[in-house]
Ligand binder design. Sequence first.
Ligand code: ZN
Length: 272
Amino acid sequence: MEDIAKLCIHTMTTKPWPIEVAIEQYRAHGIPGITVWRQALDGHDPFEIGEKIRSAEMEIVSLCRGGFFPAVEKADRQTTITDNLKAIDEAAELGAPLIVLVPGAVPGQSLTKSRCQIQAGIEAILPKAIELDIKLGIEALHPMYADSRSAINSPHQANDMCDEIDSLNLGVIIDVYHLWWEPNLKVEIDRCGQAGRIFAFHICDWKTPTLDLLNDRGLMGDGCIDVPKIRKWVEHTGFEGHHEVEIFSHFFWQMDQTEYLKEIINAYLQYC
Ligand code: ZN
């Protein structure tokens, strides 16, 4: 039987819990890794939260999230860059080695233009990330979000942008929810691996039917994603990082979160 030595949970997965409760509950259930969402840090000192996590002997896997670079107005793009620079400070204070970047998109603006703005945004924040030793991971999102959340919709595009920008601090997030359908997924995962740029691996499942495009993700085993197959491809490249459970779900957020956490662990042990 697999153990949970590589299991990591995103604070957004158990959104109803304040960060202190999430830390305490994850620790009590032996979860070794945590990815902290910036919303969970609202009103907290990132360093103090980092200390709480370290004293619970858990690893901070990443800070979620930066990005959302495209905007019609230059002033708005600059505001986003400023916020991303702040996220890099927060990651450094927290002790997170990685920031997940959701690239962003603007309804009505061409995807090509948005991709240019994403690249410009990343290039604007990269020097600070390098200075503070924080990695940035581009997360390609499922094409259903191409209108408003991400103009980068395939691992191929994420890889191309990494090639273009060419920095050891810039890599890719492999999230099964966004990429499971991709016909060339293995090829692109291998390409990421050869470049040493798989920075994180996110897991959940795709339900049929999906009732809400954003907040109806499934627990591993609830849907059609072959998580073990994708995990094998990712690990075949030499990736030794965590398996991060990232589930947004009105259904699960209504549950008793301690019971839900137990279900997450069981699903991980059975279906990953
Ligand atoms: Zn993700």
